[in-house]
Structures are given as structure tokens and as C-alpha cells.
Design a protein around this ligand. Structure first.
Ligand code: AKG
Ligand code: MN
Length: 200
């Protein structure tokens, strides 16, 4: 794994965590078998559909809130449960949820944000697996405009682990492009601390 230490954050990157053929097969299976949804979020007081499809899986009873959405975890897909095990062994971190995004083409995207919701805890470790079309992944420091932006091309089968203070000090995004692109699936494994019982 290659390691990049940023001011207030760390990235670990493995470009061939899954071999290209296996990554392509996994992409096709997930595309067919997951329950893809396109929820609406509220932006500036208006309801807008997110510019991609998504699905949320994890241990029973966990939900995750962001941008006014409350996602209830579906049970693990067996292929995803197997990968989670491999990532946990490599990273020595437990993960109890995964947010899965499907970018259908170059118009689908994810805007600038950080994964710093309270239920992810302090200094969350987030493991991001990419399948299919390589996409640009950008990072910019939230407070210091003099710190250079980071850019990574997330190829099929690659694993990027974000850790340290990164989510508190950096924003990240997957920008739109007018280029004709194929689909991409990204899975972000997280440890989420809020459960239904704790919410009562
Ligand atoms: O698609 C990606 O590479 C990033 C996904 C992401 O940032 C997220 O799910 O929070
Ligand atoms: Mn994110």
C-alpha cells in the first residue's frame, strides 16, 4: 500500500486490491443484484434527486443520516461481506456499514463534502473500493487555501483508505465531466455508531 501523509490527514492507496478481471465481474454482479435507489435530498429548501444511484448495507438496525436522508441498512450482499472481511484484515479496522454509489456516466457525480457526521465518530477510517470506469477523486483543505489540492484517479479494483483527521480538515468530491464515460460503482466501508436502539 502506498501512503500519503497530508497536513491533517492520511491516505493509503492500493491500486490492485482486486485484480482487473475479478473487479469487472464484481461490478457486473453488483450492478444487477443491488437495490439501487435515487433518493431526494433538500438543497437550499428544494427537493432534488441525488446525481447518482445508491444503496446502504450493514449490520441490522443501523441507520445513517446525511443531507436530511435517513438510510436504513439492508443486509450485506454476500460478495460485499467477503470483501469487507479482506479489507478488515488489511486495515486492522472493523466496518459495520457500507454506502454504495453507482455513477451511471460522466454526468453522475458527488459534490464537495466530508464524511464527518457525528455517528461516524472522531477521526473515522473510511475504506473506498472502486469498480468499473476510473474517475477523478479530488481533495481540498477546508480551511487553508494555500495547501495544494490532491487528485487521484480511482481505477477499477483500487482501494483508498482515508484516515487520521482527514474528514475534519478536508473535503472530497467526484466531479462531473462532459466526457462519455462508462459506469462506476464505489463502496465506502464505515464504522457507524448510531443504531435504532440508541435513537429511542
Ligand atoms: O465515489 C467516490 O469515490 C467517493 C464516494 C464518497 O465520497 C462517499 O460515499 O462518501
Ligand atoms: Mn465521502
Amino acid at each position: 500500500m502506498s501512503k500519503t501523509r497530508l497536513p491533517q490527514g492520511e491516505l493509503h492507496f492500493e491500486s490492485a486490491f482486486i485484480a482487473p478481471d475479478a473487479a469487472q465481474r464484481l461490478y457486473q454482479s453488483l450492478l444487477k443484484e443491488l437495490h439501487w435507489q435515487q433518493p431526494e435530498i433538500r438543497m437550499f429548501g428544494r427537493a432534488v434527486s441525488i446525481p447518482r444511484l445508491q444503496c446502504f448495507q450493514g449490520e441490522p438496525g443501523i441507520h445513517y443520516r446525511y443531507s436530511g436522508l435517513s438510510l436504513q441498512a439492508e443486509p450485506w450482499h454476500p460478495l460485499i461481506a467477503a470483501i469487507k472481511g479482506r479489507i478488515e484484515t488489511l486495515s486492522q479496522q472493523p466496518f459495520n456499514t457500507v454506502l454504495i454509489n453507482y455513477y451511471r456516466n460522466g454526468q453522475d457525480s458527488m459534490g464537495w463534502h466530508s464524511d464527518d457526521e457525528p455517528e461516524l465518530g472522531r477521526n473515522p477510517v473510511i475504506a473506498s473500493l472502486s469498480l468499473g470506469q476510473p474517475r477523478r477523486f479530488l481533495l481540498r483543505h477546508r480551511y487553508d487555501k494555500n495547501i495544494a489540492r490532491q487528485e487521484h484517479l480511482l481505477n477499477s479494483g483500487s482501494l483508498l483508505i482515508m484516515s487520521g483527521q482527514l474528514q475534519h480538515y478536508w473535503h472530497h468530491s467526484v466531479p462531473k465531466t462532459s466526457r462519455q464515460l462508462e459506469g462506476r460503482i464505489n463502496l465506502t466501508f464505515r464504522q457507524t455508531f448510531t443504531t435504532d436502539t440508541q435513537m429511542e
